[in-house]
Design a binder for this molecule. Structure first.
Ligand SMILES: Cc1cc2nc3c(=O)[nH]c(=O)nc-3n(C[C@H](O)[C@H](O)[C@H](O)COP(=O)(O)OP(=O)(O)OC[C@H]3O[C@@H](n4cnc5c(N)ncnc54)[C@H](O)[C@@H]3O)c2cc1C
Length: 763
């Protein structure tokens, strides 16, 4: 929870080599009043120095990626998993691909570079660029699959003769020949050629070039130098000398290019499209913009595009961002001229190159391995930090820009002017049924209820579980809509209740706008109209919606309709409670949280339609009480018992690992009390999915009872609609006592004799 009001916004675009240091530095020494936002296209940022080792099979994917989520949490930074696609220098906003622009006081860009394919006809269609590395990693898995199963020769062609191109070619050769030999197949079923417009390794000395030429020759890699690729067709490239070189896999490792969106920013760029910066790492054309790594072109100290320079820019960048935010002058940084390159040869050997120095051997590979792993550890093994104390006299931001904070009374409302500005930016859509709404705000909204329908009303409100206000808004709206869909209804109108942390007026406004924008986008996608609400300041970001829906009187789905013999269907996997508890401790992998966030944003509308078409007899949405708590509510209301297929209960990635580590939501102990309803607790308690039963869900799925005859079709349809983990998790049984009870059925019993038989035996 934030302890000091937001006074300034620092936005970091890209999780590059310099920015990971900036994040760590602000985690080690926070700047009270500063809100840091990291916009990252990939939540796990690759360390390209280890990429050849990953391709060669010396490293796992995890070894060569930094998980930005725990690092951002360590820095107290918000992580926005999205791609920046533009900059509004005048308004100081970053445009993103999938959400509203993000405001900044100071922005720093470290987004690296990507090989330029666009300039060669056919390259974009037929070549695999080395960057973005995540896409190469995915493609590499498919390439290995292809080599494993192909009976014919697979020809690899690498375009680009720099260190990266040479390293990757030798690494691919090492791995694929090894893979074929392991399978007792002919390793010569893969061949390798490298083509380059100049000589290979032009930025390295003659000895290094000679060594690699000999080595490539020795290993049967064809090398075509001084020959540019001019066009790429489906299975061959045309070179400047008219030669054609055939390929089955084309890997593109040419010179780095800049992201195309930079052209429209108005920033001064060099001929390659890279951002011109001065010695303080500040953009020449805008004092509020900094840049580092490949994307930057240092006009005072030009250097080649290499990770080592991006790494070394980390500390001066962090220091200059602090100075800029405190209104102090940024200081110049002079990068080293030469650097030691350790170029791996596919096996665990490497060639060292620096100026005229050249050396080779296995020791050098182990040196490179040691250097790379040590660097990675800096950003993977993060120290436990004491929570930041409220700022004192040494708080440069407070001294600079103190703004009288608001009192707590008068409902702590967000100011009228600010609210009006937020509403104006939101532009909520109207609806003929809304007589009085946000179009002409009044003390209350006036809505005409639909003829012949029943009104369904629900309310939800909760504190933010993530610090991305837009995404939180989307999740809060989806969570509230879950109740409407569980009742078989369609949403009509909504009222928002929002709390934003204290801060400067424009910061509060921006946070409120982002959060409401997220909620509104989901409500309008669901066909609902925002007609009003209440916004106030408070200690934490929180949001809730009161939603009115409509349902045909004969189509109301209740908790109390379950029929004996029905099957229980759960539409979404469980685990959000534990995962976000782990995330708060910096113990959840970014990929897990990303998956959970995408499931939480999945509306239950189609699932509700699907279970209704499968003649569901009852349903509810699984939220705070956990699966067991919500099931017991249904059983109690329906006066029935149930069998639960515990091992069939779907879990989100990482949820079981997290629970096994003893991390659970603060609500779980309360939910655990419901376990009394389980008859065979001993059998259940030992199963890995048991703790999931008590895990509170946010924007969870639907739990419905569906006639057995419709189950297979219903599950198939749910999977087709994108509820890929929807599953049958139980069966409704006759009630045997005054209170509902649940029997856990063991997995082993189910397949052979069929579920009903196993259950009948237990019943
Ligand atoms: C195969 C290979 C091997 C290499 N080996 C070495 C080596 O051994 N030593 C060396 O010094 N250099 C090496 N390099 C060069 C080195 O990779 C680059 O110079 C280095 O990665 C640049 O670092 P960076 O911080 O600028 O960007 P990157 O490391 O590329 O990081 C950029 C980050 O920004 C994110 N991003 C990109 N666009 C956006 C966007 N629009 N919005 C939000 N986020 C975005 C990406 O997801 C990524 O996380 C190698 C390069 C390759 C391809």
């Amino acid at each position: 929870m934030r302890v000091t009001p937001v006074v300034k916004d620092l936005v970091l675009i890209g999780g590059g080599h310099a920015h990971v240091h900036v994040l760590k530095s602000f985690g080690m020494k926070p700047m009270p009043g500063l809100r840091i936002t990291l916009i990252a296209r990939d939540v796990e940022t690759p360390y390209s120095g280890m990429l050849p080792g990953f391709i060669a099979g010396h490293y796992t994917r995890e070894d060569c990626h930094i998980d930005l989520r725990p690092l951002a949490r360590f820095a107290g930074a918000r992580l926005i998993h999205d791609e920046a696609v533009g900059l509004d220098l005048a308004q100081r906003r970053v445009a993103c691909r999938g959400r509203p622009p993000i405001a900044y006081d100071v922005v720093s860009i470290d987004i690296g570079s990507t090989p330029h394919l666009g300039s060669i006809p056919g390259a974009a269609e037929h070549a695999t660029p080395v960057k973005p590395i995540d896409r190469l990693a995915e493609r590499w898995e498919r390439i290995m699959e292809r080599v494993r199963h192909s009976k014919a020769l697979v020809r690899f062609l690498t375009v680009g003769g720099g260190a990266a191109g040479v390293e990757l070619t030798l690494s691919m050769r090492h791995r694929l020949r090894g893979l074929l030999q392991e399978r007792g197949q002919d390793p010569d079923r893969v061949s390798f050629t490298l083509v380059t417009r100049e000589e290979i390794l032009t930025s390295h000395n003659a000895s290094v070039r000679r060594w690699f030429r000999d080595l490539l020759g020795l290993r049967g890699v064809g090398v075509v130098e001084q020959n540019a690729v001019e066009r790429v067709d489906e299975a061959s490239v045309l070179c400047s000398n008219g030669d054609r070189i055939g390929f089955d896999e084309l890997i593109w490792v040419t010179q780095a290019g800049a992201a195309s969106w930079l052209v429209d920013t108005g920033l001064e760029l060099d001929e390659g499209g890279f951002i011109k910066i001065d010695a303080t790492l500040r953009a020449l054309s805008d004092p509020y913009v900094f840049a580092a790594g490949d994307v930057a072109s240092n006009v005072e100290h030009p250097r080649p595009k290499a990770g080592v320079f991006a790494v070394r820019q980390g500390p001066p960048l962090a220091a200059n961002l602090r100075r800029a935010l405190a209104g102090e002058a940024a200081l110049p940084f002079v990068p080293q001229r030469k650097f030691l390159s350790l170029i791996s040869t596919g096996d665990r050997c490497a060639v060292a190159s620096r100026g005229r120095l050249a050396a080779q051997g296995a020791t050098l590979w182990h040196l490179k391995d040691w250097i790379d792993r040590r660097w990675m550890r800096n950003y993977k093994e993060l120290p436990q930090m004491a929570p930041a104390a409220a700022s004192g006299a040494d708080d440069p931001l407070r001294a600079l820009q103190a703004d009288p904070m608001r009192c707590g009374g008068c409902g702590a409302k967000v100011g009228a002017a600010g609210l009006a500005r937020v509403m104006a930016r939101l532009e909520p859509r109207g609806d003929p049924s809304v007589q009085i709404g946000l179009g002409a705000p009044d003390d209350a909204a006036v809505v005409s209820p639909p003829q012949g329908k029943l009104l369904v009303q629900t309310v939800d409100f909760f504190r933010a579980l993530i610090d991305d206000p837009y995404l939180f808004g989307r999740i809060a709206a989806n969570h509230a809509l879950g109740d409407i869909y569980a009742m078989g209804a369609e949403p009509l109108t909504a009222l928002a209740t929002a709390t934003v942390p204290y801060g400067l007026e424009d910061k509060v406004e921006e946070e409120l706008y982002q959060m409401l924008r997220g909620g509104l986008d989901v409500l309008e996608e669901a066909g609902a109209v925002l007609v009003g609400g209440h916004s106030g300041e408070g200690a934490e970001l929180a949001l809730g919606f009161t939603i009115n829906g409509a349902v045909d009187p004969d189509r109301v789905l209740r908790k109390s309709g379950m029929r004996v013999g029905d099957r229980l269907i759960l539409t979404k996997p469980l685990g959000t409670g534990a995962l976000f508890a782990a995330e708060m401790r910096g113990k959840a992998k970014g990929a897990w949280i990303d998956r959970a966030l995408s499931v939480m944003q999945q509306p239950s509308r189609e699932a509700a339609r699907c279970i209704r078409e499968a003649s569901a007899s009852a349903s509810t949405d699984v939220t705070g009480f956990g699966l067991l708590g919500h099931l017991i509510e249904m059983l109690r209301a329906s006066r029935v018992d149930a069998a639960l297929f515990l091992d069939a209960v779907p879990a989100l990635d990482g949820a079981l690992e997290t629970l096994a580590e003893g991390i659970s939501s603060s609500l779980a102990p309360e939910n655990l009390r419901q376990r009394r309803a389980i008859l065979n607790l001993d059998a259940a308690a030992g199963m890995p999915t048991y703790p999931l039963l008590f895990d509170p869900q946010t924007a969870g799925g639907l739990l419905a009872s569906v006639p057995q005859s419709n189950v297979v079709e219903c599950i198939a349809e749910l999977h087709r609609l994108g509820y890929t983990q929807a599953a049958v998790v139980g069966q409704v049984l006759e009630m045997r006592a005054s209170e509902p009870c649940i029997t856990i059925v063991e997995a082993a019993e189910i397949p052979t004799r069929g579920r009903s038989a196993a259950v009948a035996e237990v019943a």
